[in-house]
Design a binder for this molecule. Sequence first.
Ligand SMILES: Nc1ncnc2c1ncn2[C@@H]1O[C@H](COP(=O)(O)OP(=O)(O)O)[C@@H](O)[C@H]1O
Ligand SMILES: [Mg+2]
Length: 253
Amino acid sequence: MRNEPIIEIRNLRRRFGPQQVLSGVDLDIAHGETLVIMGRSGCGKSVLLKHITGLFKPDEGRIFFEGEDITQFSRKKLFQMRMHFGMLFQGSALFDSMTVEENVALPLVKHSGKNEDEIRETVADKLRIVGLEGAQDRYPSELSGGMKKRVGLARAVVMDPKVVLYDEPTTGLDPIMSDVINNLIRDLQTGLNITSVVVTHDIGSAYKIATRLAMLHEGRIIYEGTPEEIRGTDNEIVRQFVEGRADGPIGAF
Ligand SMILES: Nc1ncnc2c1ncn2[C@@H]1O[C@H](COP(=O)(O)OP(=O)(O)O)[C@@H](O)[C@H]1O
Ligand SMILES: [Mg+2]
């Protein structure tokens, strides 16, 4: 049986100008699960993540985090809520002028009240978890794409968040580095008991890490299931997507 939901999304609607991007998203995210949200490029996956962290406000609908409606939160309450969220952005989003240590330490310096020694120790601990022990003094420009992702991952978990959101964590990485990142995401979920929400269109990664998958299509969640259920589904839209076929109910353009 699944755990209690930590996040509940109800009838979430959001448009940009004439474009209705989210048109009634309903989704529960359970404590401790790794939920993969898949869908075509431009279907609104990143927009959905930004609503979950309160960076975007919906036109309509509700998002509950631990039972409280975050769409009604003050700036201060949103800020406090975000302490419980880690985010790995598309493209890692590291500061080029800062060392690895400074990049990873940033959330701690801003929000934790830890002293310098404690911060240094916490950063070293997280770098060890992502396999970058001793990389503290390097700069992002000296790192490969996979290493940057790992630094981003260390930063995403440095505050010991309850929920980590990953936006396309393996896009642009070679298959081997993708597997390294996928293993890390899995280890974090099991080791630190983090709830993970992963947005991707990389089906191989999705199957590898997901305890459950949801498909976003035309502004709604049209399917949810375990990897096993998805493999056996007769939903033609889902099948076309996971099999990567140009022909089917989803138009190719
Ligand atoms: N800040 C914004 N202003 C206007 N349009 C946006 C904004 N953010 C996203 N969009 C539009 O919303 C749609 C979904 O974008 P996005 O969530 O980034 O897609 P993806 O599923 O690839 O992550 C796109 O058509 C995009 O152009
Ligand atoms: Mg995106």
